[in-house]
Structures are given as C-alpha cells and as structure tokens.
Design a protein around this ligand. Structure first.
Ligand code: HEM
Length: 126
C-alpha cells in the first residue's frame, strides 16, 4: 500500500479504522477492554461513534480541526487499565501509523500518543 505523505481528515479516519480493526483482531488485554466496552463489531453504531470521535481527536492534534470537544483523560478512569496495557496500545498504534503514513507524517501522531499515554499512566497512578 502507498503510504500518505500528507495528513487529511479522510486518511486519519482510515488510520483510526485500521487501528481499531487490529485491536479487535488481537487477543490482548487492550482488546478485552475495548470489546467489553464497545463490542466486537467495528461497523456497529457504538463503534462508529467511537471511530468518528477518534478521527476528530487526531484531527485536532494533526490538523488543528476544532470538532473534538471531549476530555480524553476522563474516559479512561474506571476502565480497569493496567500499566501493562500501555506498551501494547503504543505498539499497535505505532505499527498502524507506520503502515499508513510516511515517516515524517507519522511523527506527530507517535510523539503525541507517547506523551498522552505517559500522562494517562501518571494520572491513573500506574
Ligand atoms: C491502555 C490503553 C487504552 C485503552 C485500553 C483505551 C480504551 C478506551 C476505550 C474503551 C474508550 C471508549 C470509552 C467509551 O466511550 O466508553 C476510549 C476512549 C478514548 N481514548 Fe482510549 N484507551 C487507551 C489509551 C489511549 C491513549 C494512549 C489515547 C491517546 C493517545 C487514547 C485516546 C482516547 C480518546 C481521545 C477517547 C475518547 C474520549 C472521549 O470520550 O472524548 N486512549 N479509550
């Protein structure tokens, strides 16, 4: 597949769908959290809401798109997250980014993901 050397909301949506379809295809503790919370069907309305939300979230980060209005941290309390889940999430996310974007375009997603994951862990006391 040709990797993108520009970032658009459309290719962010493609990246987001690819990331979560991989999460659903795997049998990790991260996958279990998503499956318990949102179910196993990426085409369901519940998942569509999540993938649209995450498309807006990453578009805010990479494109300064104003659509995302949520609070990412709040969503992650009371979810039973463990310290071990974060490297799994990061690995799958980085692999997805590397499969969708050229190296230069991938940097913003990977560096922000790493920062946010570190903040989440700190705020969750992990
Ligand atoms: C241990 C790894 C993680 C797990 C298992 C996880 C799981 C989840 C789940 C299940 C939801 C949906 C909550 C719901 O609607 O009921 C969610 C929402 C979200 N996650 Fe994560 N997450 C993880 C790490 C991260 C990281 C590192 C980021 C950012 C880089 C992130 C960004 C978001 C955002 C933006 C939302 C939407 C929040 C909102 O409602 O506005 N997550 N996550």
């Amino acid at each position: 597949m040709v990797k993108y050397n520009t970032i658009t909301k459309e290719n962010i949506n493609e990246m987001v769908l690819k990331f979560y379809s991989r999460i659903l295809a795997e049998d990790t503790d991260v996958s279990k959290v998503f499956k318990a919370r949102l179910g196993e069907d990426l085409t369901s309305p519940v998942w569509k809401k999540h993938t649209d939300l995450l498309t807006n979230f990453w578009s805010m980060i990479a494109l300064q798109d104003p659509a995302y209005q949520g609070n990412p941290m709040m969503a992650h309390f009371d979810m039973g997250l463990t310290k071990e889940m974060f490297p799994i999430w990061i690995k799958l996310f980085f692999e997805t980014i590397d499969s969708v974007y050229e190296e230069d375009q991938g940097i913003i997603f990977k560096s922000r993901a790493e920062n946010i994951a570190t903040n989440f862990m700190r705020n969750l006391g992990l």
